[in-house]
Write a protein that binds this ligand. Structure first.
Ligand code: TXA
Ligand code: MG
Length: 335
């Protein structure tokens, strides 16, 4: 297997063609880590039934061990091998899989998945991704694949193969054996995580599927869709919702109208004078979501020592964008 596109010697990046996918599937089957594209972000995958391989994910990312992992499967039929499918879960799978939705369900008692993917909980988050390469890898490996975003814990999620190579160690230092390169992710934000263990859909993490779309699919059955923070203590929670997360290395200032000295301005909408980059000149939150991490990566690598972002409306995917930006802008002192 040779690295594609003139990648440096020792790089794990390979083209996501048939040979690359077969090589990656073999690496997964032998317990190695593989970075692969999904429609949301690149994932750092491991055989979800292999305790050692799953433990490697936590080690390479520097991820807290209380933060459970999403298990990727090809389709809804496979979900019943691992989880009890509640009626609400069934409805959500039928409406949105494959797609940017992770569904938290009760683990089956006889489930083959490593306990580590659930981080001590009696639930598991399942997702069927809608990316040809992700799908091909799941089918070629014939494994459930545990995969967080393929970045160091707390940092920005990768939307291109190069972001993965820059954030994680190389294959000889415990990093992924293979990084499958299929270009930029189309959604650009992680999946929406919904708790469907009961009879109310609770959004644990806003993401690439909007609350409006979920509400439309449920059509009033199962009551209103709730956000985890709207429910009192004792309700469903996502242990991974860390205060500081998704962060560039540079300081980030939110709700900026103009750039101050030393700042690059990340604009939104048609009225963005002086913006270095614009998330969506048309003011479209879906386009902005697709550009968010790519543009933050670019500004983090650019000359200005700080980044300012214009306000993003809290509708559609704007809610998930604002969730990411608020966490990214927090400093260590806020934790
Ligand atoms: O789009 C995505 O979701 C990407 C791609 C690779 O699929 N994956 C991803 O994984 O973003 P990660 O590990 O960065 O985020 C997983 C989120 C965390 O907030 C975690 O706490 C939550 O899902 N989660 C996983 N299992 C859970 C469970 N059993 N109960 C509650 N929350 C869970
Ligand atoms: Mg992540």
């Amino acid at each position: 297997m040779t690295a594609s596109g003139g990648a440096p010697t020792g790089s794990a990046v390979v083209a996501a063609d048939a040979a690359g996918i077969a090589h990656a599937a073999e690496a997964l089957r032998s317990g190695r880590l593989v970075a692969f594209p999904t429609e949301t972000v690149y994932g750092l995958g491991a055989d979800a039934t292999n305790d050692t391989a799953v433990a490697e994910i936590y080690a390479v990312k520097g991820r807290p061990d209380f933060n459970p992992l999403i298990v990727h499967i090809p389709d809804a039929d496979t979900a019943a091998d691992y989880a009890k499918i509640t009626p609400l879960g069934r409805l959500l799978m039928d409406a949105f899989w494959p797609g940017p939705l992770s569904i938290v369900l009760p683990r089956r008692a006889d489930c083959r998945l490593s306990r580590l993917v659930s981080a001590g909980l009696d639930t598991v988050a399942l997702r069927a991704p809608a990316h040809d390469v992700g799908q091909a890898l799941l089918r070629a490996s014939d494994l459930p694949v545990a995969a967080p975003s393929a970045n160091r814990s707390g940092r920005m999620s990768p939307t291109q193969a190069g972001h993965v190579a820059a954030s994680l160690p190389g294959p000889d230092q415990g990093g992924p054996a293979v990084i499958l390169d299929a270009g930029a992710c189309t959604v650009g934000l992680e999946s929406t995580v919904v708790d469907a263990t009961g009879d109310q859909a609770v959004i644990l993490r806003p993401g690439g599927l909007s609350r409006e779309d979920i509400e439309a699919a449920l059509g009033g059955s199962y009551g209103p869709v709730a956000d985890a923070h709207e429910i009192g203590p004792g309700g469903p929670r996502s242990p991974g919702m860390l205060a500081r997360h998704y962060a560039p290395a540079k300081p980030l200032r939110l709700n900026a109208e103009t750039a101050e000295d030393g700042e690059a301005l990340l604009g939104f909408g048609p009225d963005a004078p002086g913006a270095t980059l614009n998330l969506s000149a048309a003011g479209n939150t879906t386009e902005a979501a697709a550009n968010l991490f790519t543009m933050l990566h670019d500004l983090d690598a650019g000359p200005a020592p700080a980044i300012a972002v214009m306000p993003i409306p809290d509708r559609g995917l704007g809610r998930a964008i604002n969730d990411r930006l608020i966490r990214a802008a927090r400093t260590e002192d806020d934790e």
